[in-house]
Design a protein around this ligand. Structure first.
Ligand code: ADP
Ligand code: MG
Length: 702
């Protein structure tokens, strides 16, 4: 198989000298033939229609006319120098103008000849005009030769590239040349039966048609094929990794349910588990008996009770003689987990310790010893856990909270702390859309807690405009009179940190005026405070000494105050949906009816409106995450940016859900039948893996 042609440096392509190649590399990241072939058009311009000069409106994005050149002339001096020409058809006259490349264009224009003229129309002194149009001499043959080429590709270019004549048109020529020479070297990488089943066109055709579609149908076919391929190979890789892992890594077997688990379940747990929690525990129990390493994603809405499931899984591990740990992305969150696990298990039950960046050296040393001796059973912490100095006697179970903030590499580091890799349970903070989960965590099994603990009253959410602020204050007074506590949260966006802080300070001032001492007390927490100050203020609120907590989003994760039943979010339009949902999840943890009030300015963007309306309409985090994906696209969902998995060139996880499900299903079916990819019809897929092992990424060409 010819894998090398497309790896040829772009310098060697006909039409690119060293200078052009350098700019292609620098400005567009095009280093090889392959990169150029995968520099897809960002849009297509319809060239089916020919306009009459009379019908040209300056508002039209592009027009194409056939007209005869009647005059040309170079005007002006030096920097006012320009080439002006006149063309005419049977309906009117239009002026063409050039400000660059004047000499060269002037020479090529022949008065009396007819041209196909294409460009963005404008007007000058009330006359139709076009600057820097594309020109081609007209002849009936040329129209015929163009056939039904109707969609002209438009490529991203840069100012610098344009200086090297590599504007959209110039790039088009390069791509055309490359395809002419090497389309035959684009090898099919999907088995025929798949192509038939999913109606996918041939790969080389797809590349040809995506650059130069002759009709909208051809463009659709090409995109469809290439998107499928893109999604298919990601899934192939994920599911193959999963398969390999299952074969390669033995897993610790948790044979029994022992004293720790049973004592907790029978005597300590303060509530009955929901059916969903029980189901997930059962799934974990089954996983940990199979002798294969578990890698499971636990999804559940805010407040659905993931923590207790994690704890009970850890107790199961301890019952079988293993140590466990839980890793959280921030120190606040690690502290919070530590506190809630401690309070769940009570005193003198099982050894739990906390390890973060702020753990003093001395204490650290003690921890290290207790870990090495196996005395310490549960360790909670931040990424401090993965440091080399942290050595377990026998780590058997790992919980990773909000894993999307950790890299895959960090996950793997934890594994290596044990000869047989520990079972891994990954928890997300808020639900993520199905397609995103399938791509980001596609190599994991998934458990879902889709039920909230009984007796929870759904949080009531209201949207108030600035003009209704006094109503909101009235509501706060009423709730505080009932003995409740209130959060008031301000957005914190890094670029304008100063401004945000001022917002918060102004807000706090207004509040202290509206809610004066001694009747009311206010805690204020923001990023500029030291950890001690923050903690002090938080504790006052936790203990009920203050009724109002004014904060930036530092409280987003990690605060649990059941008596706080009102969440007020200022400038709510500036928050993303998942953040709003997570903030709202801070209330509704006690027995009382809880409220979330979204304050916004009068003026809202369309998207801002959808976000706030969604929040008012539903409490369902899964539904909210889907809408978030539709609104913002996959690249902007929190935590996905650093993930290369989502570096999709064509497919879009928001709009191509159906296609992803098809691709996933196709891969599952293949592995179910032929896990080794040994069947002759699957040879092309096997090859794709070999290409990958040769160091080429095989979601690409070759
Ligand atoms: P999350 O899934 O957001 O991490 P938590 O585990 O923090 O949720 O649980 C939220 C609150 O619900 C905690 O106060 C927890 O003690 C409580 N909780 C968990 N499970 C149940 C249950 N089955 N019944 C009642 N309360 C529960
Ligand atoms: Mg939690």
């Amino acid at each position: 198989m010819n894998t090398s042609v497309f790896q040829t440096p772009i310098d060697y392509l006909k039409g690119t000298g060293t200078a052009r190649a350098e700019v292609l590399k620098k400005d567009l990241g095009i280093f090889t033939f392959e990169d150029l072939l995968r520099h897809f058009p960002f849009k297509y311009i319809d060239r089916t229609r020919f306009y009459k000069i009379r019908d040209i409106q300056p508002e039209l994005p592009h027009v194409q006319v056939i007209a005869r050149l009647t005059h040309k002339e170079i005007l002006g001096e030096k920097h006012t120098k320009r080439l002006v020409a006149q063309v005419q058809d049977d309906t009117g006259v239009m002026e063409l103008a050039w400000f660059q490349g004047i000499k060269w264009v002037e020479k090529s224009l022949i008065v009396g000849k007819a041209y196909i003229i294409f460009g963005k129309p404008g007007s000058f002194n009330g006359k139709a005009q076009m600057a820097h149009p594309e020109l081609e001499q007209y002849s009936p043959e040329i129209l015929k030769r163009k056939g039904n080429l109707t969609l002209q590709p438009a490529y991203n270019s840069t100012e610098k590239l344009k200086q090297f004549s590599l504007d959209s048109k110039g790039l088009q020529k390069l791509v055309a040349g490359l395809l002419e020479q090497h389309a035959k070297d684009i090898h099919e990488n999907l088995p025929l039966y798949l192509r038939q089943k999913f109606k996918l066109i041939d790969r080389a055709d797809a590349y040809r048609q995506i650059h130069f579609p002759e009709s909208p149908e051809q463009l659709y076919e090409a995109e469809h094929r290439l998107k499928f391929e893109e999604l298919f190979f990601i899934q192939l890789k994920l599911l193959r990794n999963k398969l390999l892992r299952t074969h390669k890594f033995k897993g610790n077997i948790f044979e029994k349910v022992g004293d720790y688990f049973n004592t907790f379940y029978q005597h300590k747990i303060p509530f009955p588990l929901t059916n969903a929690q029980k189901r997930v525990l059962k799934e974990i129990r089954i996983d940990t008996q199979r002798g294969v390493q578990m890698n499971r994603l636990l999804q559940g809405d805010v407040g659905s009770g993931k923590t207790v499931v994690a704890l009970m899984s850890m107790l199961l591990a301890i019952d079988n003689g293993f140590q466990t740990c839980m890793m959280a992305p921030t120190e606040i969150l690690a502290n919070q987990h530590y506190a809630s696990l401690k309070s769940l298990v009570g005193d003198d039950f099982v050894e739990i310790a906390l390890l973060t960046g702020s753990t003093p050296k001395k204490a650290r040393k003690v921890l290290h010893e207790q870990l090495a001796s196996g005395q310490l059973k549960i360790l909670i912490g931040t990424h401090a856990l993965i440091e080399d100095a942290v050595q377990f006697q026998n780590l058997g179970f790992v919980v990773i909270d909000e894993q999307h903030r950790f890299g895959v590499e960090q996950r793997a580091k934890l594994w290596r702390k044990s000869v047989i890799p520990p079972h891994v349970l990954v928890m997300t903070a808020t639900p993520i859309p199905r397609t995103l989960a399938m791509t980001l965590y596609g190599d994991l099994d998934v458990s879902v807690i889709d039920e909230l603990p009984a007796g929870r009253k759904p949080i009531e959410t209201k949207h108030f405009y600035e003009s209704q602020r006094l109503v909101m204050f009235g509501f706060m007074r009423q709730q505080i009179a009932l003995g409740r506590q209130v959060y008031v949260v301000y957005p914190l966006i890094q670029e304008s940190e100063k401004l945000d802080l001022k917002n918060l300070e102004d807000g706090a001032n207004t509040l202290s005026y509206e809610f004066p001492l001694p009747e009311y007390r206010i805690s204020i927490v923001h990023g500029k405070l030291s950890a001690t100050e923050k903690d002090f203020e938080m504790q006052r609120f936790v203990k009920g000494e203050t009724q109002i907590m004014v904060a930036t989003t530092v409280i987003e994760v990690g605060v649990n105050v059941p008596n706080a039943s009102v969440m007020i979010i200022e400038n709510a339009e500036r928050f993303g949906l998942s953040q709003l949902h997570q903030l709202r999840g801070r209330v509704g943890r006690g027995a009382e009816q809880s409220y979330c009030i979204l304050m916004s300015s009068q003026k809202l963007s369309r998207e801002g409106k959808v976000r706030l309306e969604t929040m008012v309409r539903t409490n369902n985090g899964f539904e909210i995450s889907e809408i978030d994906l539709q609104l913002r696209g996959p690249g902007n969902i929190e935590g996905t940016q650093q993930s290369g998995v989502l570096d999709l060139k064509l497919a879009n996880l928001a709009t191509d859900q159906e296609l992803l499900l098809q691709a996933r299903k196709a891969v599952e079916d293949i592995f179910a039948q032929d896990p080794q990819l040994a069947l002759p019809e699957n040879q092309v897929l096997q090859l794709a893996f070999q290409v990958k092992n040769a160091g080429l990424s095989w979601d690409k060409i070759s």
